[in-house]
Design a protein around this ligand. Structure first.
Ligand code: UTP
Length: 408
């Protein structure tokens, strides 16, 4: 793209500030900046006008889960179906590690966080150990696909290598990068990160499957004959990965997907709830629920909308391919975004200062015909590390790890 063309495009979109320091750049940097401008998806900015209006929802109804008591009764049966699928090489795991963990305030990939107290115990290491509990029992390895972003790819790959993949077979760990989207200030102006570099952030965890396809990693999935992918977040240190019982229950249910859920701790708990929307599975956010929905109870006196998702899903690969190119809602997320001020000084904000654009994996569930909610014991499988202290923090996760007998 030539400078004149870039000026024209930016004018159309009210983004002329991106060329503010153009004159100060060397020839190569100028070219790079113009290339970045050319690749920007300005249509994302339109979503800002929808920011204050929640999406119209369809007809919402409760969706029953396979609950802990039933799972215990059928554990052996579910487990054997799951282990068979794992042993037949039909299961892969996808670690979503492209996020920036801004709430935790770590400048490196979240997985390098040391959760140990008397020894080194990294988040990535904990996840690998959890997965190895299963691979040891099954007697086979499970391919692990790790999603990174432009911002943390080298660091993540380097960390795994440095720690010899925490004992996992290196040939079964494949990395792929997710896509990026521009970050904007509260007026919708795209930030510069450097004089010749637009501020880009990972575009949410919803694009994981299309990024697998785009990066070529999906070919590996096909080559290995993987039929199910277990997608999970980097920050739930207690979660079970490629859990045979969960896999078996989902396969037996005939559903195209499964979601691990926990019973809400209280009606108002701030979690997304798995339900039906116009007859299809869907996740409704806590702020989208009416008071009536929040407090509605079944005949047994339990909450009707009781099951919160914990970002651990199982998807059938062929179904994912069918929905891969469908539109996904873009969420506007308020975040702390490092930027260059008008004078050209770098600023690292202490408070949120703008928005990022993200698609979310939970929206994929609604594109599928069915989903099995699978209840797990919260204290055993849900210890997310989002913040330094308080709720869902390093502190609370350590507490739960200790309760589960993990030495720190
Ligand atoms: P979060 O929604 O907690 O976002 O991600 P985050 O970026 O890690 O943290 P904050 O909000 O900035 O503090 C949930 C999961 O989705 C992954 C994260 O790595 C985490 O496993 N994720 C998130 C991606 O892989 N890519 C993204 O663009 C965003």
């Amino acid at each position: 793209m030539k400078l004149e063309e870039a000026k024209e495009v930016l004018k159309q979109h009210g983004q002329e500030q991106l060329l503010r320091f153009y004159g100060e750049l060397g020839e190569k940097e100028q070219e790079e900046l113009l290339a970045q401008i050319e690749s920007l998806d300005f249509s994302l900015l339109k979503n800002l006008s929808k920011k204050d209006h929640a999406e119209e929802r369809g007809k919402l109804e409760p969706l029953a889960a396979v609950e802990i008591a039933e799972i215990e009764e059928k554990r052996e049966e579910f487990k054997s179906v799951g282990l068979d699928a794992i042993r037949a090489g039909k299961v892969g795991a996808v670690l979503l590690a492209g996020g920036q963990g801004t709430r935790l305030g770590l400048d490196r990939p979240k997985g390098v966080l040391n959760v140990g107290l008397t020894k080194e115990l990294y988040l990535f290491e904990c996840l690998i150990r959890n997965l190895m509990d299963v691979t040891k029992e099954a007697g086979v390895s499970v391919p692990l696909y790790v999603m990174t972003s432009e911002k943390n790819h080298e660091d993540t790959v380097g960390f795994f290598k440095e720690h010899t993949y925490f004992g996992y077979p290196p040939e079964d760990v494949l990395f792929f990068k997710q896509q990026m989207a521009p970050s904007v200030d509260y007026e919708g102006k795209i930030y510069l990160e450097e004089k010749g570099k637009i501020s880009l952030s990972p575009n949410g965890n919803g694009g994981w499957f299309s990024s697998m396809a785009g990066s070529g990693v999906l070919e590996d999935v096909k080559k290995r004959g993987v039929e199910w992918l277990n997608v999970f977040a980097v920050d739930n240190v207690l979660q079970r990965i490629a859990d045979p019982c969960f896999i078996g229950a989902t396969i037996k249910s005939g559903c195209a997907s499964g979601a691990k859920v926990v019973s809400k701790a209280e009606p108002q708990e701030r979690v997304g709830v798995l339900c039906l929307e116009d007859g299809k599975p869907s996740i409704v956010e806590y702020y989208e629920m009416t008071d009536e929905m929040i407090h509605s109870c079944t005949d047994k006196g339990e909450l009707s909308y009781r099951f919160g998702v914990i970002l651990n899903y199982l998807f059938r690969v062929d179904k994912l391919e069918e929905i891969m190119n469908r539109y996904m809602p873009v969420h506007i997320v308020e975040k702390k975004i490092p930027y260059l001020d008008e004078a050209g000084n770098p600023v690292k904000p202490e408070e949120p200062n703008g928005y990022k654009f993200e698609t979310l994996v939970l929206d994929m569930i609604h594109e599928l015909d069915d989903c099995l909610p699978y209840e797990v014991v919260r204290e055993r499988e849900f210890a997310p590390i989002k913040n330094r202290t308080g709720v869902d923090s390093l502190e609370s996760a350590r507490e739960l790890m200790r309760k589960n007998g993990i030495e720190l």
